[in-house]
Design a protein around this ligand. Structure first.
Ligand code: S3P
Length: 423
């Protein structure tokens, strides 16, 4: 049974809420990931006392959130996008900067809905719509609209709007496709009136009432299913092999990878064991199989958006072809993950093509072969995908991104070694 680092998405949200909560926020099982360290650094810069020991931190706001601070978001897109909304709602000015990868990623997708909510555009981005960003104080005293249709299926964009509205007024957001709902679940667990209703065609309507106050809270962060996927995926491609992870988030908005494994013929056993921070938490056991090809519909993609490179790599070893549909969002991740995934599979000799926004994977890749070099563009999920596929095919892998998995999953290699030994 593998103990996982805490979920990165929930860690970002819980840490950022310390800027709004009246009492202290105490978190345990904080992942030692670079992204979450960026978020802890951001709230510290904005006026929260951060007392961190190991994987535990107590976050206590000293007073009002600071104005006119420069916040370094590092590599963390979730931090940058959620912070736009949260600071805009609070009416703070700030400057947001990031590393080279984050500074190439689109930010208008998050700032535009916030501008529509407030009825004024308070963010100046680079001419490319990227960081660095200058955020001015809002002058609006209420929301310009109480209903907003979002055009990008992105939990980061949705959460930016929710965190903005939290300090200003009641809001209804309509998503084209339901995306991860950790913000809604965490807020709901703190007593905020927030409701998610499914819409025909796979969308969702989120209704949130502005709370009078937000209490402090204590949360043991549940394990990250997107990290777990790399360990479970290693066993999934070996007939009869077993891997188990415990205390992991079991949200239906995060279990798309497990559903895809089942479609590919893998035996997946999920056991809910409790609830924390509004999330169902439990264990997942996988028994590997000779994989068969799958057809992944576009509306499933948000539920496994970070696991697509790994899934494509696994399916390259399947007995038949696969099509993964509607992957447009992968082009704007830490790298262009559509192109990078295709390049990765090809580096191993696999046959994969990009057709529009789809990946078509031929399958049939078999163990054996010489060492292989993979260019991962410093993308942590590509780096881990290359390692897992190398193990499955028994090939020695070199990359140009060794160690960059620490962005989301420090300690990944020893845990993968543990799964390997137990196969
Ligand atoms: C995240 C949402 C996803 C995901 C990212 C984390 C979040 O991005 O890729 O790693 O915490 O909200 P999008 O919602 O923009 O697709």
């Amino acid at each position: 049974m593998v103990q996982l680092p805490g979920d990165k998405s929930i860690a970002h949200r819980a840490t950022l809420l310390s800027l709004l909560c009246e009492g202290p926020v105490t978190l345990t099982n904080i992942p030692a990931s670079a992204d979450v360290s960026s978020t802890l650094g951001a709230v510290a810069a904005l006026g929260v006392d951060v007392a961190r020991t190991g994987d535990r931190a107590r976050l206590a706001r000293r007073g009002d959130v600071a104005d006119d601070v420069v916040v370094d978001c590092g590599n963390a897109g979730t931090l940058a996008r959620l912070l736009f909304g949260l600071l805009a709602g609070l009416g703070r000015s700030a400057t947001l900067v990031g590393d080279a990868s984050l500074s190439a990623r689109p930010m208008r997708r998050a700032t535009a809905p916030v501008a529509r909510l407030l009825g004024e555009d308070i963010v100046t981005l680079s001419s490319m719509g990227t960081l660095p960003a200058r955020l001015r104080r809002r002058t609006a005293t209420s929301l310009a609209t109480d209903t907003l249709a979002l055009d990008v299926p992105s939990a980061q964009v949705k959460s930016a709007a929710l965190l903005c509205a939290l300090s200003v007024g009641d809001v209804v957001l309509v998503e084209p496709r339901a995306t991860r709902d950790h913000t809604e679940r965490l807020l709901s667990s703190l007593g905020v009136d927030v409701d998610v209703a499914p819409l025909p065609g796979g969308g969702a309507r989120v209704t949130q009432r502005r709370p009078a106050r937000l209490p402090g809270f204590t949360l043991a962060l549940p394990g990250d299913p997107s990290s777990a996927a790399f360990l479970l995926g290693r066993a999934a491609a070996v007939p009869g092999a077993r891997a188990v992870v415990d205390d992991v988030v079991l949200s239906p908005r995060r279990d798309g990878f497990l559903r895809a494994l089942v479609a590919a013929g893998v035996d997946v056993d999920v056991t809910p064991r409790g609830e924390r921070g509004g999330e169902t938490v439990g264990s997942v056991a996988v028994r590997g199989a000779a994989l068969r090809g799958i057809d992944l519909p576009a509306h499933d993609v948000p539920d496994l958006v970070d696991e697509i490179p790994l899934l494509a790599a696994l399916l390259a070893t399947a007995s038949g072809p696969s099509r993964l549909r509607g992957l447009r969002e992968l082009r704007v991740k830490e790298s262009d993950r559509l192109a990078a995934t295709a390049a990765l599979v090809r580096a191993f000799g696999g046959n994969i093509v990009i057709e529009g926004d789809d990946l078509v994977v031929a399958g049939g890749l078999r163990p054996g072969g010489d060492h292989v070099f993979v260019a991962v563009a410093l993308d942590h999920r590509l780096e881990m995908t290359a390692r897992v596929l190398g193990r499955i095919l028994g090939r020695d892998v070199r990359t140009d991104g060794e160690g960059c998995e620490a962005v989301s999953f420090p300690g990944f290699v020893p845990l993968l070694d543990g799964v390997e030994r137990a196969l």
